[in-house]
Every structure is written in C-alpha cells, then in structure tokens.
Design a protein around this ligand. Structure first.
Ligand SMILES: Nc1nc2c(ncn2[C@@H]2O[C@H](COP(=O)(O)OP(=O)(O)OP(=O)(O)O)[C@@H](O)[C@H]2O)c(=O)[nH]1
Ligand SMILES: [Mg+2]
Length: 401
C-alpha cells in the first residue's frame, strides 16, 4: 500500500482504540499500560472530495469507496506498543516498537490530553499529568533511536565517506535507508545544520542534532490530542497548540469507535469525518445506547466532530504531503476499459508529475508515456507533457505510444 501511518505514544493513551476506530479491526484496548505488544496493522482511509460531484457523473470506484461525494482512499494504519522514557535503552518493551515503525511515512503521536495517565501510562487523577512532557520525551526517544542506528557502525560509515569515495550523503543514506530515510531527508537535515564535513570528527552532540533533523525530515508527525471528552482536556489542547510546531488535532477515539460500530450495525447513519450523525431506528436502541449517543453528540457539537478522520487527513494530506489523483482511460466518459467511472484514486507525493503517475499505474505505461490529458469539470481538456506537476483532485488520462 502506498502510505503507511504509524500510531505512537506512551502506553494507555488510546492508540489501539483509535486504531480500531479507523480500521474497524478489533484491537485489544484496556486501561493499563502495555496492552499492545505485537503491532496491529489495518486499513484506514483518507477522506477527500470525490470529483464525481463537480463533474456531475456517477462514479464506480474500484480501489476506494465513495460515500455521498466523499472519496475514501485506503492507507495502511499501524498501532504499535506504547513506549516509556528510556525505551531506546531497552526500558519497557524497548526498541521493538521503534523497529516496527521503520516503514512509516508519517507518525501520529497519540497523547492523553486529559492528563489522566502518568509518563508510563499508569492511571492518575485527570489533569495531573502534562501531555506536553510526553511529546518532548517521545521526540527524544525517536531521536535517540536514530542516533543509535547511526552510532552502531559509525566508524565504518565515516571511513566509507572518506576512503571508499562515497559522498557524505551516500554514506549516511546507506546507513539509514532501512528506516525509510531518503537522500532528500539526509540533504535536508545536513542543510539545516552546520556540521563538519569529515564525519569522523562529529561529536556526540553533532550526531544527536543530525538524528533529530533526519527524524523531522523523514517521519513527519501530527499530534492526536485524545480523550477530549474528559473534563479539563480543553486547556491542554490549547496549550499543545500554542507550544508545538506540529498540527494538533483534538480527538475522542472512543466516540469514533462507538459511532463506526453503531453505523456498521445500521443503528446510525454516520460518514466518518462528519460533524454529526443520525439515529436511524430509535426503537432498536437501549436507553444506555441512547444516552451514550447523546453524550457523543455533545462532544461533536463542542469540537465539530470526533477528530479521528481529521487525524488521518492531516497526517497523509498535510504532514506527509500526499495528493489524490484520478487516472482514467477514456477522457470523455471518465472511465476505465471496463466502463467504470473514476475507478481509481491514487495517492502520490506532492510535486509528482504526469510521468510519475504513469509509472505508478504500471512501469510499461511509464516507459511508453507520450502525453497526458487533464480533464476539467467544465469539460475542457489540457494536453500536458511528462513534467506537468499534478494537483490534488486532478482527473488524468495518460496517452502511451
Ligand atoms: N475517556 C476516554 N478514554 C479513552 C479514549 N480513547 C481510549 N480511551 C481509554 O483509554 C484506555 C487505553 O486505551 P488503549 O486504546 O488500550 O490505549 P493504548 O495507547 O493502545 O495502550 P497500550 O497498548 O497499553 O500502549 C482504555 O481504557 C480506553 O477505553 C477517549 O477518547 N476518551
Ligand atoms: Mg494498545
């Protein structure tokens, strides 16, 4: 799958609850630390406007789903074990969870905005723990993890850069490619810092600073400020927004999970990401369920929704800078060879070109690319070359030789 989103954070903040809500896959959730040991993997979705509305056509999606003009595009979601301070030295479940994150394109740091869990995830009085501290320590754990990987074979890396004729970039990229760090990430990190060119003269601090910049470049992050249903969470949400450079999204994972399950059972009509829901058949609900749904409605009114869908959107379309485009084979009917209208929604990195899209569809289509046609909602068509930079929402036909 194209994009992988990793849920990270200390124990007991609601990672598995959010995971279940996003994927509707069961994952054990309980009010004690280290409920999750093995990572859970599942399919969640980015929500984006489907072109079917603007084009006035009825779509027939194949790789995605359209609900009332909203296209849901699959992404991989991974829920890993909680981490505690010192994890990079083996505390708690140690580095295991970190290794599970190697392939992640973007991280969602789940924090307990209600402040009702201490730094190791043990339940405490609501409001007594500062979630900002948890963000800081998690950043540090990630940085130390990357630093550890660099340090492991540092002398050899430094030697390769000077004796084997590799550039500094190549030597560092080589060392870090296993955790999803690209050449551009390395370049970005080195540019942000003023480090000696000779790797063998890097100090501990140099390594640490570099690890931190590489982490920011290769694992962009958003904060899911969970448990907003608990009294006092609002204050923490505001503070997190003020203090942090990451996008902070207020979330009630439990509400999203309850709504999605209720929708699955046909009790409510709820499109993930909507700011409200509709009860379908009051008579099928117990009094307890009615009360729970009214409570959820109250939270959604206050916050504009449960926030769970916003987390995925902000992570993938925001932090990970992805766009969604719609390749078609017939530029008049907007369909594929089987007549399916707007069949596929493809996630690409921002800045991708028409040729990149062609290669993403099939290497042969990439090789035999001639030109592309971008189809506009008013029916007009722009013929573009291989270097055309795609926009979010583009409907494109690739012409091959
Ligand atoms: N009030 C409230 N509680 C929540 C919410 N989301 C999760 N919880 C509760 O928080 C506790 C921990 O949830 P989990 O999903 O197991 O947390 P986790 O981060 O996966 O925990 P570990 O696997 O131990 O790292 C459970 O009791 C959940 O019911 C929420 O939105 N509001
Ligand atoms: Mg868990």
């Amino acid at each position: 799958m194209s994009v992988q989103v990793g849920l990270v954070g200390k124990p007991n903040v609601g990672k598995s609850t959010l995971f279940s809500a996003l994927t509707l896959k069961p994952a054990e959730a309980a009010d004690y630390p280290f409920t999750t040991v093995e990572p859970n993997k599942g399919v969640g979705h980015v929500r984006t406007e489907c072109p079917c509305r603007e084009f006035g056509v009825e779509c027939d999606p194949r790789n995605s789903v359209c609900i009332e003009g909203n296209r849901f595009v699959p992404v991989e979601i991974m829920d890993v074990a909680g981490l505690v301070p010192g994890a990079h030295e083996g505390r708690g479940l140690g580095n295991k969870f970190l290794d599970d994150l190697r392939r992640a394109d973007v991280l969602v740091m789940v924090v307990d905005a209600s402040g009702s869990t201490d730094e190791e995830g043990r339940p405490v009085e609501p409001g007594s723990h500062d979630p900002l501290e948890d963000v800081r320590f998690l950043e540090r754990e990630l940085d130390m993890w990357i630093k550890g990987i660099l340090e492991k074979d540092w002398e050899r890396t430094a030697r390769r850069a000077s004796l084997e004729g590799l550039t500094v970039y190549e030597a560092l990229e080589d060392r870090l490619s296993g955790i999803g760090v690209s050449r551009e990430d390395v370049e970005k990190a080195l540019e942000a810092l003023d480090l000696p060119e000779d790797l063998s003269s890097w100090s501990e601090e140099d390594l640490e600073a570099f690890a931190s910049e590489v982490r920011k470049a290769s694992k962009p992050m958003v904060i899911a400020a969970n448990k907003i249903d608990v009294e006092g969470a609002e204050e923490n949400v505001e503070r997190l927004k003020e203090e942090l450079d990451y996008p902070v999204i207020p979330v009630c994972a439990e509400a999203e999970l309850a709504l999605r399950r209720a929708a699955e059972e046909g009790l409510v009509r709820y499109v993930p990401g909507d700011s409200d829901f509709e009860i379908l058949d009051e008579s099928r609900l117990t009094d307890e369920q009615k009360r729970a749904l009214e409570f959820i409605r109250g939270i959604m009114e206050e916050w504009g929704g449960t926030g769970a869908q916003d987390v995925v959107n902000e992570a993938v379309l925001g932090a990970a800078r992805r766009i969604v485009v719609y390749p078609v084979e017939n530029e008049n009917k907007l369909c594929d060879s089987e007549g399916r209208v707007l069949p596929d929604a493809i996630l690409l990195e921002e800045g991708s070109t028409a040729r990149d899209l062609a290669y993403k569809i099939h290497s042969e289509i990439g090789d035999s690319f001639v030109r592309a046609i971008v189809i506009r909602p008013d029916g007009s068509k722009d013929v573009v070359g291989e270097d055309y930079v795609l926009s979010h929402g583009d409907v494109v036909k690739i012409q091959t030789a």
